[in-house]
Ligand binder design. Structure first.
Ligand code: ZN
Length: 284
């Protein structure tokens, strides 16, 4: 942004107005995190899916079960999509999740679904990178500000380049294989992601989206509780740890592991969240 208009006489006062939080979350339904975490005692691992480097895989998690995304092999970023397994039109809404919880997610935050559902699809119950917080550049991990690397933006920025293993294409192929939908129908179901393990922020001077080498190391994980029956898709980004570039085969890439766990009994007091209560008349 290059200003072309002169600042008004009261510019300083206008800029000094103290901001208010857009969505105060005091009234947001909160998860009983202690009950969710207590339900992990004695849980049984029911399956795992290895997501190959520069590719994606899908997985299913029944409501009331947990899943972990685990770093294996080396620092690697993952792009996560979630759908209600029983209704694929209900999918993760990155933008509203960001508006409610902030730019980066961690334990206690929830992944909200799109309108008209707007309910939690999953709740984060553990995050071994929660120590990172915000660094001196304003960077943090697990963002909901990026979208997913994609071949269209790459085509624009690389003067016509064709690259087929961006997260968008990886997720599209995996979703098509899981649902049997034709490729271009499947593509319409792929949506903005949770950037798992990715370290990102906005530059202070220009407000541009930046990335830097992920602090994730093998053994780190982020853990989720499935609030509804979930279909998930995870892409091991071709950017690897996203320290340099994505949308190419240049970066060192590693697989990611998805583990699914069944608790011995459902968390105390937990019930799968109902759909949003707005009556949808929209003033008509
Ligand atoms: Zn990517």
């Amino acid at each position: 942004m290059k200003p072309v208009h002169p600042a008004p006489a009261d510019a300083t006062q206008r800029k000094a107005v103290v901001p208010v939080i857009c969505y105060p979350v005091e009234t947001l339904p909160r998860p009983d995190l202690a009950a969710l975490q207590a339900a992990r005692a004695g849980w049984v691992k029911t399956g795992e899916t290895l997501v190959p480097a520069r590719d994606a895989a899908t997985f299913r998690v029944p409501a009331g079960h947990f899943f972990r995304i685990v770093s294996v092999g080396g620092p690697q970023v993952g792009d996560l999509n979630l759908w209600n397994a029983a209704d694929l039109s209900e999918r993760f809404y990155s933008g509203k999740t960001r508006a409610l919880h902030g730019t980066h997610l961690s334990t206690g935050d929830r992944m909200w679904s799109a309108f008209p559902h707007l309910r939690p699809l999953a709740t984060i119950t553990d995050d071994t990178l929660d120590w990172y917080g915000f660094d001196a550049f304003g960077g943090a991990v697990h963002d909901v500000i990026g979208t997913r690397c994609d071949p269209y933006t790459h085509n624009l920025l690389s003067n016509g380049g064709q690259y087929h293993h961006c997260c968008h294409s990886n997720l599209t192929r995996a979703f098509a294989a899981a649902t049997g939908l034709p490729l271009h129908q499947a593509e319409g179901h792929v949506h903005d992601v949770l950037n798992v393990f990715m370290c990102t922020g906005f530059t202070r001077d220009t407000g541009q989206y930046f990335m830097k080498a992920s602090p994730v190391r093998p053994g780190d994980f982020i853990e989720f509780f499935a609030e509804v029956d979930l279909l998930g898709a995870l892409s091991a980004c071709p950017g690897g740890d996203c320290s340099d570039e994505h949308s190419s085969d240049a970066a060192a890439c590693h697989p990611l592991l998805v583990e699914v766990y069944a608790p011995l009994s459902p968390p105390q007091g937990w019930a799968s969240p109902v759909r949003n209560g707005y009556d949808r008349r929209h003033g008509v």
